[in-house]
Write a protein that binds this ligand. Structure first.
Ligand code: AP5
Ligand code: MG
Ligand code: ZN
Length: 213
């Protein structure tokens, strides 16, 4: 299964990706997670991405495309992959198409998550992310057993800087202007599957699997 998830910030891509990656036994490749891991490790890539991420802007394609191309050469993508948060504009979608065509491994599906802005804001403003393993939780919708401590690894939970109200608003604009056009791109290619991202996490997962059959 070669799959990508597309949807606005806070749609639950990362939450569902963990489940779908396990279901299909494929690696979860989140460009946002890779940038945050690099930021934490203090790499050059992390430094390049930081100011864009903090402002809710896209990291330049020159940085992002090469990073993804490199990731797609790892051994673990032999059975497929799940891209989360990439591509995010038409140029990235074209770039990916080229890389996959050259490798003879075309995409199977683009799964679109749909939900309205009020729900997005509620999800992002209460989100907490683990410093250790990157897992997402939510102070109301999906709370950890002990406040501030990750259920999965015991790591410290933090509030992402780009989950502040002004940055969320800007990320929504960036999504509408730059990312939404890729939905028609994948629709035209016959690869788009759309599901509602509203409801319980398990319900949405079942919807996703059904849409991908
Ligand atoms: P990225 O990390 O990809 O952020 P995003 O796309 O804005 O998406 P999020 O991670 O915010 O949301 P999500 O859909 O994963 O939702 P989640 O599962 O966490 O990108 C960050 C930045 O990196 C970008 O702004 C950009 O700067 C840069 N970047 C990344 N990729 C790039 C690219 N390709 N090109 C250029 N720049 C790039 O869920 C959200 C919350 O809701 C959580 O708290 C969760 O617990 C809760 N939740 C989940 N499901 C439910 C549910 N069903 N009901 C209630 N709550 C739920
Ligand atoms: Mg995410
Ligand atoms: Zn953790």
């Amino acid at each position: 299964m070669r799959l990508l998830l597309v949807g606005p910030p806070g749609a639950g891509k990362g939450t569902q990706a963990q489940f779908l990656a396990a279901h299909y036994s494929i690696p979860h490749i989140s460009t946002g997670d890779i940038f945050r891991a690099n930021l934490k490790a203090g790499t050059e890539l992390g430094n390049q991405a930081k100011s864009f991420m903090d402002r809710g802007e896209l990291v330049p394609d020159s940085v992002t495309n090469d990073m993804v191309k490199d990731r797609l050469t790892h051994d673990d993508v032999a059975n497929g992959f799940l891209l989360d948060g990439y591509p995010r504009n038409i140029d990235q979608a074209d770039f990916l198409k080229n890389v996959l065509e050259k490798a003879g491994t075309p995409l199977d599906a683009a799964l679109e998550f749909k939900l309205e802005n009020a729900e997005i804001i509620a999800r992002l403003s209460g989100r907490r992310v683990c410093r250790g393993c990157g897992e997402n939780s939510h102070i109301i919708f999906n709370p950890s057993k002990v406040a501030g401590v990750c259920d999965a690894c015991g790591g410290e939970l933090y509030h992402r800087k780009d989950d502040d109200a002004e940055v969320i608003a800007h990320r929504l604009d960036v999504y509408a202007e730059q990312t939404e056009p890729i939905i028609d791109y994948y629709r035209s290619a016959g690869l788009l599957r759309t599901i509602s991202a509203i409801g319980e996490v398990s319900e949405i997962a079942a919807r996703a699997i059904a849409a991908l059959k």
